[in-house]
Design a protein around this ligand. Structure first.
Ligand code: 8GT
Length: 157
């Protein structure tokens, strides 16, 4: 996959788990679901994961050989019990965490079926700007800035 996305470095003072130059990059598919009222869905990271209880957008790692769209559909089925019917990649961003180097593929989910279920013990909240939730995962913060610049309805309907 391409590697020309902007890089957000989180906690530059902390040592990286693996030296720069040797760090594998992990692709992550992330979904932005918008409801008919124009609110977008945020979920909390389940206990036991890095940054547990931080708020983020639902999604997860792309498996080898999988497309971003297929990974997102699988992750949202596993986490939320919904079936994605249409989604489009919106923006990409590389985040350099001390524990991992990730390339986030933020996708607008245009259509899904099924009711939301919290299958991994997470919480969910339909939000509008300004978001009052805290703490928010550093790699998810740019999305809130982008949404402030471009109304959520305008991202690839
Ligand atoms: N799902 C999601 N991950 C994000 C966002 N922003 C962000 O930096 N990330 C990072 O992307 C990575 C996604 O990993 P994950 O732990 O959610 O993925 P997963 O469910 O496939 O993990 P696992 O199967 O290893 O448990 C983490 O390093 C997480 O910190 C976001 O908005 N949503």
């Amino acid at each position: 996959m391409r590697s020309s996305s902007p890089v957000l470095r989180v906690d530059p003072e902390r040592p990286r788990d693996v030296a720069d130059g040797e760090r594998p990059i992990t692709d992550v598919a992330v979904g932005i679901l918008v409801d008919p009222a124009g609110r977008f869905l945020m979920t909390s990271r389940p206990p036991g994961k890095p940054y547990a209880r931080y708020w983020e957008f639902p999604g997860g790692k792309v498996e080898p050989g999988e497309s971003v769209e297929a990974a997102l559909a699988r992750e949202l089925r596993e986490e939320l019990g919904i079936s994605v019917e249409a989604c489009t990649v919106w923006r990409e961003e590389v985040v350099d965490y001390p524990h991992a180097l990730v390339r986030l593929h933020f996708c607008r989910v245009q259509r899904w079926t099924g009711s939301l279920q919290m299958l991994e013990g997470q919480q969910a909240s339909w939000e509008t700007l300004p978001v009052q939730l805290a703490p928010i995962l550093p790699g998810s913060l740019p999305v809130l800035r982008w949404l402030a610049e471009a109304p959520v309805e305008s991202i690839s309907k």
